[in-house]
Design a protein around this ligand. Structure first.
Ligand code: GLP
Length: 248
């Protein structure tokens, strides 16, 4: 795992955007696995700026998002489709038909998951998969549990995730209890994985992902088995690693 230690959220965001931009320049028709959450917002802003300046282009990019809340429509302001439109897609030259987010309103969610998996497989998996980290070490919405689930699946969100995401909703009661998420199979099949983390409340998750035991109790720990992972994090998110004397 290659770790970039950045001073703060701003430099973390720029560095993460640089890694994504480098992929776009290397392979203009790449498959990008994209993530939601507050952490990647700054990186998306950088990419939007650079795209407006003509430095990069998403014209031939295909995107696949990690996850979506079950039961939220694409127009719901807390759906991940809406998030992607607001934070990236509306500001860059990506073709709308080349963007995919799981359909949270699918009549048959299991079938939607199977089709989503088949679609990503048909693309040959992501060239670069962007990931944030949940405070409990989740990636996408792969929550801590008894096993790593390979395929795209419907997941029951843990109370910790519901509480963490309640800040975006009117109340915790409004947070959906389930989501559709890419499994760890597609994530691990990506050629390169870029993990972003910011803030002291991610320090435990970062520590467990980087040097904890590889176990489904911390889903992100499976990334220790991936041969090309880049972690871009700020000092606060790396604080537990540095306190433990891990050389960065
Ligand atoms: C959600 C998303 C994850 C994201 C996580 C952390 O649970 N499903 O993909 O990484 O939130 O979000 P934040 O970056 O806001 O801390």
């Amino acid at each position: 795992m290659f770790i970039y230690r950045e001073k703060d959220y701003g430099s973390m965001s720029r560095r993460a955007a640089q890694v994504i931009a480098a992929e776009l320049i290397r392979n203009p028709s790449c498959v990008l696995g994209l993530a939601t959450g507050s952490t990647p917002v700054g990186a998306y802003q950088c990419l939007a700026d650079w795209c407006k300046q003509g430095l990069i282009s998403f014209k031939d990019v295909l995107s696949v998002n990690l996850d979506e809340y079950k039961g939220l429509s694409p127009e719901h302001d807390q759906s991940y489709r809406y998030f992607m439109q607001q934070n990236l897609f509306n500001h860059v030259d990506i073709r709308p038909e080349n963007t995919r987010v799981p359909n949270g309103l699918a009549a048959d969610p299991q079938e939607e998951c199977a089709q989503y998996d088949a679609y990503i497989r048909s693309l040959g998996y992501a060239d670069l998969q962007l990931l944030g980290l949940g405070r409990n070490g989740h990636i996408g919405f792969n929550e801590p549990g008894g096993s790593f689930i390979k395929e795209t699946h419907v997941v029951d969100l843990t109370q910790s995730t519901i509480d963490a995401n309640a800040r975006f909703f009117a109340s915790a009661d409004d947070v959906p209890r389930q989501a559709l998420t890419m499994g760890v199979g597609c994530i691990m099949a990506a050629r390169r994985v870029l993990v972003v983390a910011s803030g002291a409340d991610k320090a435990d998750a970062v520590y467990n992902v980087v040097c904890g035991p590889i176990a489904p109790s911390c889903p992100g720990s499976i990334l220790q088995l991936h041969k090309d992972v880049v972690l871009v994090a700020d000092e606060a998110a790396l604080s537990k690693l540095t306190a433990a004397g891990v050389a960065l």
